[in-house]
Ligand binder design. Structure first.
Ligand code: ADP
Ligand code: MG
Length: 321
């Protein structure tokens, strides 16, 4: 199975569902989903076969808070289940908004349909991340005393959050394989638009007997997107976010947007520390990995310009050496 130029994986960032400072109402979720859908549909109109992935950070946070607040009446559920819930929630928003936009544009017959799948992503039991949890999740605790009490009760690691208060931290292990990729590929080949690997996928480990088990962790959606893009053998991997590309010296007077950059050059900038951990860092790393794994182009750009980004007319384009 070779690389396919007409196959593209589009990773949507947080702004596809909730823009910075906006309240997460049902109306706002739909409004934002339709905006993202418009971009996806324009790309479909160009003749591309599209898979879509998305983040879930704020939404998984909301679910954990709901569970925390109602814990006296309803037992809180594990994090992997919370992740699965966000795949349903956000997958549904995208599935319906893309479907309806296809109809409004009169091109519903260009595709078989739109489908969101519940999708597991494999991480290693051996991953060093297990020894060093770094991802802040869930509710804030005000005092150290309260934090210590909860940590003991639940067996959680709770740390001081630089943004204030105390919060649970969980590991963010490296994704190694998308478990249901074969089904995703079949659906795309048959003409479906597929939403997969939502929120970085539900993190699972493989036991010695081959069985899978969900774990309390979060996977970065850009890194999981790369695994899906590579497993699917798409030609182009597109990461849409709220900035128009990857910058050197970001937010400094001498900041400079990267236009077209080779993978080696970008790796050098990555090692020099130009891209912030947890935001642009994983996007750049995902782009580097995609090209190293044989991809043709990885592009990081603004959701607003999504259609032009996919065509390589906007954003930071990463190419092989
Ligand atoms: P998403 O929800 O799309 O994953 P993130 O907030 O995780 O979005 O990442 C995008 C953010 O990365 C931008 O809003 C920007 O502030 C930040 N960022 C950090 N370093 C850089 C950089 N070197 N170039 C561009 N943006 C950067
Ligand atoms: Mg992010």
């Amino acid at each position: 199975m070779g690389r396919d130029d007409k196959y593209v994986l589009i990773a949507l960032g947080g702004n596809a569902f909730q823009t910075k400072g906006e309240v997460g109402t049902t109306e706002n979720y739909w409004k934002n989903a339709y905006r993202a859908a418009e971009t996806i549909v324009k790309v479909v109109k160009e003749g591309y076969r599209v898979a879509v992935t998305h983040g879930n950070g704020p939404q998984v946070g909301v679910i954990l808070e709901w569970m925390e607040r109602s814990k006296d009446r309803i037992p809180p559920l594990a994090m992997d289940i919370a992740g699965a819930m966000t795949q349903g929630w956000l997958g549904y928003l995208l599935m319906q908004s893309i479907y309806n936009t296809l109809i409004k544009e009169g091109i519903k017959d260009h595709v078989k349909g739109v489908v969101a799948i519940v999708n597991q992503v494999l991480v290693s039991k051996e991953d060093p991340a297990w020894q060093n949890p770094t991802k802040y999740v869930g509710s804030y605790y005000n005092t150290e005393e309260e934090a210590k009490k909860v940590a003991k009760e639940k067996g959680w690691v709770i740390k001081k959050d630089p943004r204030g208060g105390y919060r649970r931290v969980v590991p963010s292990p490296n994704p190694t394989e998308n478990i249901e990729v074969g089904a995703v590929r079949k659906l795309i080949d048959e003409g479906w638009i597929v939403i997969a690997s939502g929120g970085g996928g539900i993190p699972v480990i493989r036991e010695d007997d081959g069985t899978l088990k969900g774990v309390e962790a979060v996977i970065d959606k850009d890194l999981a997107g790369e695994v899906l893009a590579t497993n699917l053998q798409v030609g182009t991997f597109v990461i849409l976010t709220d900035v128009d590309g990857a910058y050197l010296n970001f937010r400094k007077p001498n900041q400079k947007k990267l236009d077209v950059v080779t993978v080696s050059e970008l790796e050098r900038y990555y090692d020099e520390g130009h891209f912030k951990a947890g935001s642009m860092g994983p996007k750049v790393l995902a782009a580097i990995r995609f090209i190293k794994h044989g991809g043709k182009r990885a592009i990081i750009g603004h959701l607003r310009d999504g259609y032009r980004v996919v065509k390589g007319e906007s954003g930071t384009i990463v190419v092989p050496d």
